[in-house]
Design a protein around this ligand. Structure first.
Ligand code: ATP
Ligand code: MG
Length: 395
């Protein structure tokens, strides 16, 4: 039993001592049974939110309208959620109404997949009402109940299915997969941010080729930003091995295969509601990938990309290109400078030496010096830099 559960046991015991039921549920139970590391421990209980709050000194109403109360204990927050059913998913996403119930069975029934519908009690007993343990053993993602209805209720579940297939290296059960195929267009109703989260997790999963193939097969790819008319490229990406380590690498794999220029990358990623910092890094990584592929990469390219993006480009290409990519990192680490603040001269000194006066020419000269030092044409030494600055401004 993982330590995370042990630490939370007193919470379960306290709720039970008050006469209610309490279980560990969700991803932590699934991942423990699969021998995978767990992050957050979720607890489900028959106690209503007000009843939970009455039992513990320190609680936070993190999602009280959905029945979730956070209990603060020895520096950790535990989400405790009242058993509930959901109804009236009129807009194909989140329910109009949640109803608190006293039965564990009702709560497990509303969960998405059988492997996510297991409950673990304080004494180590597992409640498995939908064959989740057998599906786990057979490595199958299967909707709880009727897949058609479940995807109609909440279309995000289709992305979650593909995400779990990739993360766990599972297959999607045929009826569940055909349910996704039949409802794929409902993904249009889901907020891009939520699709984004699932998509990136999917691409970072151990079996992402499988995940992407499933997105193509199920037609889900047609309803995410920028993929609709890219079937050929997507198939090509899905058919070549890759091993991505972060979000920048995920997007760079697509933008480089789509042969996107700067503006196209920015537009594509804005449509995915990607953070600006990530967009910048994807642009730098993608441009470096193009330069590496055309064997035109020089020190200046490495310098502008920055070490992390050199690593990103290398990781994106590592499984598909046979070039000696480690050399690129070594070349980066041999750069004379990696930041313009490392230049052994400042604008102020050039003014003091009366080589230049404040103005655009000063900035231009400093940029030239930076470039010359990176390319090894001028030594990063004060005297050499001053001489070069004089030469640059002679005419
Ligand atoms: P992760 O390891 O990524 O956190 P998880 O399975 O814990 O995976 P969460 O989003 O944290 O995913 O949700 C916790 C649990 O809540 C799930 O295991 C599942 O039982 C249920 N759940 C989450 N999202 C949905 C959904 N859209 N429809 C039905 N049940 C859901
Ligand atoms: Mg979770």
């Amino acid at each position: 039993i993982p330590n995370e559960f042990k630490l939370a046991l007193p919470i379960l015991r306290k709720i039970e001592a008050a006469g209610y039921e309490a279980y560990f549920v969700g991803g932590s139970v699934r991942d423990t049974l699969l021998n995978r590391p767990i992050h957050d421990v979720d607890i489900a209980t028959s106690a209503y939110p007000s009843e939970v709050k009455a039992l513990f000194k320190r609680t936070v109403d993190t999602g009280i309208e959905h029945g979730t109360v956070m209990i603060l204990d020895h520096g950790t927050g535990y989400e405790v959620t009242t058993f509930r059913t959901e109804s009236g998913y009129q807009d194909y996403r989140r329910p109009d109404k949640v109803t608190f119930v006293r039965s564990l069975k009702e709560d497990l029934k509303r969960r998405d997949f059988t492997i996510n519908a297991l409950a673990l009690s304080e004494d180590g007993q597992i409640t498995d009402l939908f064959g989740g343990l057998a599906d786990m053993k057979a490595k199958i993602i299967r909707a709880v109940g009727n897949p058609e209805e479940r995807f109609n209720e909440d279309a995000l579940r289709m992305m979650r299915a593909v995400r779990f297939a990739s993360q766990l290296n599972f297959k999607i059960e045929p009826q569940t997969l055909s349910g996704i195929y039949d409802h794929s267009q409902l993904l249009k109703k889901i907020a891009v941010e939520r699709i984004h989260t699932e998509f990136v997790k999917m691409m970072l999963g151990q079996d992402a080729q499988n995940g992407l193939t499933l997105m193509i097969k199920s037609h889900l790819y047609q309803y995410v930003p920028g993929f609709t008319s890219r079937l050929i490229e997507l198939q090509k990406i899905a058919n070549a091995p890759f091993d991505l380590k972060n979000e920048v690498q995920v997007w760079s794999l697509f933008t480089s295969n789509f042969r996107f220029q700067r503006e196209q990358i920015a537009l594509f990623l804005k449509n995915w509601k990607t953070a600006n910092k990530i967009i910048n890094d994807v642009i730098l990584t993608t441009e470096l990938i193009f330069q590496i592929k055309s064997q035109k990469v020089n020190n200046l390219n490495l310098y502008w990309a920055g070490r992390q993006n050199v690593l990103n480009a290398v990781d994106v290409l590592s499984r598909s290109l046979n070039a000696n990519l480690d050399d690129l990192l070594r070349a980066y680490d041999r750069l004379p400078i990696t930041d313009k603040r490392q230049l052994n001269i400042t604008g102020g000194e050039l003014i003091k030496q009366k080589i230049l006066s404040p103005g655009p020419q000063l900035g231009k000269t400093l940029a030239e010096l930076e470039r010359a030092v990176v390319l090894g044409q001028v030594k990063n030494q004060r005297s050499a830099l001053i001489a070069a600055a004089i030469a640059l401004n002679k005419e």
